[in-house]
Unconditional design. Structure first.
Length: 179
């Protein structure tokens, strides 16, 4: 798949839809490190992300897509050293008519730039363009910015469950959107 490069409001941010070697490991790492810090989750969360992500890479089709958010990494003298993955989102085929939005996450240093909304909107636009009639996602209680974003896009909460997972007591919420 060819890279789809686009610039955001910050000139050092790019979003692409192709996968490069090492991307999946970095996205799993980002999820594990951020949620360990912010939610106190253990390494079983890494496995929760890594397993489905590996399956996604091995079996994805034209009905699936991932967006990788990168920020130009600069040395102290301002020279560019490469790109650092700072976020992601994906759409996965759940059935012929339904997609799942997964792995929406932004590193703290790029939050507040409108990237979360942009990623979610691009994911929903993609879902419409390939013919899905609905999209669902799972999130957790306490992620207020994410919940607010989903509700502003028209998602409605349809299910709630509390479990002992990822080394913590977690209340998961399922949201659905008819397209």
């Amino acid at each position: 798949m060819l890279a789809k490069q686009s610039k955001d409001s910050s000139p050092s941010i790019t979003i692409r839809t192709d996968l490069l070697p090492g991307d999946i490991g970095m996205v799993v790492h980002l999820h594990g490190a951020i949620y360990a810090e912010e939610q106190g989750w253990d390494s079983t969360f890494d496995a929760y992300v890594a397993g489905p992500m590996a399956e996604f890479v091995k079996s994805r089709s034209d009905l699936d897509r991932i967006w990788i958010v990168e920020r130009a990494d600069r040395a102290k003298n301002g020279e560019r050293r490469g790109n650092q993955i700072v976020g992601s989102v994906a759409i996965l085929k759940a059935s012929e008519t339904e997609a799942q939005l997964r792995w929406l996450l932004l590193a703290p240093e790029v939050r507040g730039l409108g990237l979360g909304r942009r990623l979610a909107e691009e994911a929903l636009d993609f879902s419409r363009s390939v013919g899905y009639s609905s999209v669902f996602l799972w999130t957790v209680r306490g992620l207020e910015a994410a919940t607010s974003l989903y509700e502003s896009l028209g998602f409605e909460e349809t299910e709630v469950k509390t479990s002992e997972i990822w080394g913590s007591t977690v209340t998961e919420m399922r949201y659905e959107l008819r397209l």
